[in-house]
Design a protein around this ligand. Structure first.
Ligand SMILES: [Zn+2]
Length: 164
């Protein structure tokens, strides 16, 4: 069965909240990132893949007018708590290599099996069942609600045209 990907408001809102709230992601405000949800059960080295960050090649930008796509794999993301999903989104945003200047864009590889930043913030076992997550309060309810509002405002305006 062919993989199907769709634009996801759910992950767009989560990512927007992260970018608006974290200093180390603020530069991504100037990047165009399309957030997608896939129905594929993607695996790598027999492990479940939750998300994938990809740079959009110049030759494909006529079809996907964005610098990067981040795809979240629904059959695997569904197994996670909402907090764990937030961490996957954060993890994938750390893969976006975008300086906001004239440097070429690229995806950023992990500095460990995960990003050290993620491990320091949430613990090494954040993706396990019943994980005891550190720093659960990093994103407050209010911030997330704001992101949702901004997203629905945007979807009335020009940006939705870019997204299809
Ligand atoms: Zn990764």
């Amino acid at each position: 069965m062919a993989e199907k990907r769709e634009i996801s408001n759910h992950y767009t809102a989560m990512a927007t909240a992260w970018i608006n709230n974290r200093e180390e992601l603020r530069h991504l405000k100037d990047a165009t990132i399309v957030y997608l949800e896939s129905d594929h059960r993607k695996k790598s080295k027999r492990r479940k893949v939750f998300g994938l960050c990809e740079k959009v090649q110049d030759k494909n930008k006529w079809a996907i007018p964005a610098d990067f796509t981040i795809t979240f794999y629904k059959p695997h993301m569904e197994l996670l708590s909402e907090w764990q999903q937030e961490i996957v989104v954060y993890h994938e945003l750390l893969h976006v290599g975008f300086s906001g200047e004239d440097e070429p864009m690229s995806t950023v590889p992990h500095d460990m099996e995960d990003f050290r930043k993620v491990i320091d913030m949430f613990g090494a076992h954040w993706d396990e069942d019943d994980a005891d997550l550190l720093n659960k309060d990093l994103l407050g309810e209010i911030d997330r609600r704001t992101a949702w509002l901004e997203e629905s405002e945007n979807s009335k305006g020009g940006r939705s045209n870019d997204a299809g």
